[in-house]
Design a protein around this ligand. Structure first.
Ligand SMILES: [Zn+2]
Ligand SMILES: [Zn+2]
Length: 271
C-alpha cells in the first residue's frame, strides 16, 4: 500500500518527525509515503502559518530517502490550499519547486474556515453543503496546478457545527455539481484522492466515500490515490486498507502513484 497524504513537522499543524512517520509506515506495511506538507497562503482567523521552507524540506527528504532506501519509497509532495486570492502564488510555488505529487485542497468556503466553524454561521445544513460543493467546483476550474483534489466531502467532518451528522444528508442532491467537478478534473488529467481522516475524526467514513468514488469512475475517472492525512505516527498507514477496499468495490483495477508529477498505475492485484 501507498500512503499518499502525510504531514510531518514541516506542516504547521504537525510535530511528527520524518523518521517517525517512515518507521510507522514500514510498521504498517506501507511501501511508499508522500509527505504532503501544507501550503495555505490564505487562512483567516488562524494563528498557524501554513508555509514551509522548500530548501530545508527537500534536504530533509533527501536524507530520509537515503536512510530508508530499499525499505520505503519517500516522495516530495505538497498539499496546496486553493483560494482565488492565491492562485498566482500557488502556481509560482509549485512551478519553482520540485514535487513528485501535489494535492489541491479546499479548506475554506465563503472565505471562511470549515475547521473552526466560521463558515457555518447563519447557514442551514443544505446551504452549507451546497455552498461547499459550488466553491470547490469554481476553484477546481480556476486553478489546475495539482494532481489530485484533496478530501472531497471534507465538510462531513464539521457538520456538528450545524447540529447534523453526514448520514442525515442526502448527498445525491449534489451529484450534478460533483459530476461537473469530476469532469473538469478528468479533462485536465487530474484526479481525486480517497482520504481516510474521517476515521480519525470518528465519523467512520472515507472522504469521499463509495457512492462518490463510483460516480467518479462512471465519469471516466482513472487517477486516484489513497492517503491517511496522518499528522501523527499513530495514523500513518491507518485505515489505508479500507481505502483500498473502496477502490476495489468501485471497480478500480489500479491505484495511482506519482513520480515527477506524472501518474503511474499500479495493479491492485499486485499489492
Ligand atoms: Zn487538507
Ligand atoms: Zn492534509
Amino acid at each position: 500500500m501507498f500512503d499518499y497524504h502525510v504531514h510531518s513537522l514541516f506542516s504547521a499543524d504537525s510535530k511528527m518527525k520524518l523518521t517517525e512517520a517512515c518507521d510507522a509506515a514500514i510498521e504498517a506495511g506501507v511501501k511508499e509515503i508522500a509527505f504532503t506538507e501544507h501550503i495555505d497562503y490564505f487562512y483567516p482567523n488562524c494563528d498557524l502559518i501554513f508555509d514551509f521552507d522548500y530548501e530545508d524540506y527537500a534536504k530533509a527528504i533527501d536524507e530520509v530517502q537515503e536512510q530508508y532506501k530499499n525499505k520505503l519509497t519517500v516522495l516530495k509532495a505538497v498539499e496546496i490550499g486553493i483560494h482565488p486570492f492565491k492562485h498566482k502564488e500557488n502556481s509560482m510555488f509549485t512551478k519553482a519547486n520540485y514535487f513528485d505529487f501535489i494535492i489541491g485542497s479546499v479548506h475554506l468556503a465563503d472565505d471562511q474556515d470549515l475547521h473552526n466553524g466560521d463558515f457555518f454561521k447563519g447557514k442551514n445544513v443544505n446551504e452549507a453543503v451546497e455552498n461547499y460543493f459550488l466553491t470547490i467546483n469554481q476553484y477546481v476550474k480556476e486553478f489546475s496546478d495539482f494532481n489530485v483534489l484533496g478530501h472531497l466531502t471534507l465538510i462531513k467532518r464539521y457538520l456538528h457545527f450545524v447540529n447534523a451528522h453526514w448520514t442525515e444528508v442526502n448527498w445525491r442532491n449534489y451529484n450534478e455539481i460533483i459530476e461537473d467537478t469530476f469532469k473538469a478534473l478528468i479533462e485536465s488529467e487530474r484526479g481525486i484522492e480517497i482520504n481516510m481522516s474521517g476515521y480519525r475524526y470518528r465519523i467512520d467514513c472515507a472522504l469521499p466515500d463509495l457512492p462518490l468514488i463510483k460516480l467518479y469512475k462512471q465519469c471516466g475517472g482513472e487517477v486516484i490515490t489513497v492517503g491517511t492525512d496522518a499528522h501523527s505516527k499513530h495514523f500513518v498507514g491507518k485505515h489505508l486498507d479500507l481505502g483500498y477496499d473502496l477502490l476495489r468495490q468501485a471497480g478500480f483495477k489500479y491505484v495511482t502513484t506519482f513520480r515527477e508529477r506524472k501518474p503511474k498505475f499500479v495493479l491492485l492485484s499486485d499489492l
